[in-house]
Design a protein around this ligand. Structure first.
Ligand code: 3AL
Ligand code: ZN
Length: 454
């Protein structure tokens, strides 16, 4: 007897897409096959729809506790499930205090267990201030350690220097956890910003000039050397240039344990869009030109990019307003739109549906040891997204479930719409509504063998 039978959807799995039923018992998929016999307590008709694994967004900033006026786990996770996500991993900033020890970790975990509509993992921070706390963060269940090679935007989350990063990577290696790096050279970005601001530069172009591609390429190169030397597992977040991706892919080919993330905004927007739309598109690293966008799509098609994370990092509207583009908050609100971007732009750029499932769900779940997530196979959690692939829709402000109705994706036309999202067999989102109270669970990473790269 199944608890749930999802009937007749086009099921998107590693090997391809086939019409099949999914049988669910106690929140887990037990059978996937055409025309499964019943009985079932509940049946769900998915004919005409595609069934994807719930997206696993390994890079969000929901900013709770402490900055719930910027976002919060409740609104952030509602937006995630509305966009077809079922798992997120929250960064150790911009919550305040940031997650630098067990107490701050547990406070965030409790907030998530109270409020999250999705299952979740948590990152710990790696800063000069908490090097002695990495083992306790690992013990608390951190999915990895996040560090910034440039200024994080927040005084309370400092960047390690090269020596500290080197020691941090050695410690992470011992603990078996991944180090995620924001790789932009602080020396280059802050040096340029000082000079350009000294000359009176305050505009979008000035900001773009202060964070050139070489700042990313240089930092990625240094990070790869340190990872190679320490044998740490490295995850390069939000790569924005073809050159940085190429360097990381070369390092991987010679055995460095590195995975590569990019974000939907680097695939969809350019610096010119940033000039046109302003603060809604301010982020770091900044948006590039169409040649870089094309290079990233090529890298995705050719399998060099492993995961797509949103880097959802909103703030209050007043921090997104002002004459000085340098002092406006850097961060893009995109947690609800990742799958929409992949289904629309991704398909146009030659990705198959299994490619989209791999980038958005399977690889992040596997790389970060999130057992039972990211795939529609017997034994996995019944984290399902029912998508109407043919519907074309224009994203409006009313669609947004985030705290602030401010997103660069508003006004864009998308093809493929999330109709329903299930977390462990329970509907968490359906056509604009959230029919059940939050029941997200904390996910502790399972050990991933050191030799297994993404
Ligand atoms: N602190 C923070 O969220 N920073 C993020 N925002 C952004 O645009 N890039 C980042 O790393
Ligand atoms: Zn981030």
């Amino acid at each position: 007897m199944y608890d749930l039978l999802v009937r007749g959807g086009q099921v998107v799995r590693e090997g391809g897409v086939e019409q099949a039923d999914l049988g669910v018992v106690e929140g887990r998929i037990v059978d996937v096959a055409p025309e499964l016999g019943g009985p079932a307590r509940e049946e769900l008709d998915a004919r005409g729809l595609h069934v994807f694994p719930g997206a696993v967004d390994i890079h969000v900033h929901f900013n709770e506790p402490g900055r719930t006026d910027w976002e919060g786990i409740s609104t952030g996770s509602r937006a995630l499930v509305a966009g077809g996500g079922t798992v997120f991993a929250d960064m150790p900033l911009n919550s305040t205090p940031p997650v630098l020890d067990r107490a701050t970790f547990e406070a965030k975990r409790q907030a998530g267990e109270r409020e999250s509509y999705a299952d979740f993992a948590l990152w710990g921070g790696l800063t000069p201030r908490n090097m002695d706390r990495l083992p306790e963060l690992a013990g608390a269940g951190a999915v990895g350690f996040k560090a910034f090679m440039s200024h994080s935007g927040l005084e309370e989350f400092e960047s390690p220097d090269d020596y500290t990063l080197y020691e941090g990577m050695k410690a992470a290696r011992e603990l078996g956890l991944i180090v995620a790096l924001h790789a932009e050279s602080d020396s280059i970005t802050s040096g340029l910003a000082r000079r350009i601001r000294g000359e009176g530069g305050r505009g979008v172009r000035d900001y773009l000039r202060s964070r050139p591609a070489i700042a990313e390429v240089e930092a990625v190169n240094r990070a790869l050397l340190l990872a190679e030397e320490t044998e740490a597992k490295l995850h390069l977040v939000h790569l924005s240039t073809g050159r940085a991706v190429a360097l990381a892919a070369e390092a991987r080919a010679r055995g460095v344990n590195v995975s590569i993330e990019t974000c939907p905004h680097y695939l969809m927007f350019t610096g010119e869009d940033m000039e046109r739309l302003g603060a809604v598109l301010k982020c770091a690293p900044p948006l590039r030109d169409t040649a870089e966008v094309d290079a990233l799509w090529t890298a995705i098609r050719e399998g060099r990019i492993d995961t797509i994370g949103s880097d959802h990092s909103p703030s209050t509207l007043d921090l997104k307003t002002g004459e000085d583009f340098f002092s406006i908050w850097g961060g893009i609100a995109g947690v609800q739109s990742t799958l929409a971007v992949l289904l629309t732009e991704g398909r146009e750029h030659g990705l198959s549906l299994p490619d989209i499932a791999r980038l958005s769900a399977r690889t992040p779940a596997r790389r970060f040891g999130l057992a039972g997530k990211g795939r529609l196979d017997p034994g996995a959690d019944a984290d399902l997204v029912l998508v109407d692939l043919d519907t074309e829709w224009v994203h409006t402000t009313d669609d947004l479930h985030t705290r602030w109705k401010f997103s660069p994706y508003v006004g864009r036309t998308f093809r493929g719409q999330v109709r329903r999202t299930l977390l462990r067999g329970q509907t968490v989102y359906q056509d604009g509504t959230f029919p059940n109270p939050p029941q997200g669970r904390f996910l502790r990473p399972a050990p991933v063998p050191q030799e297994e790269t993404a």
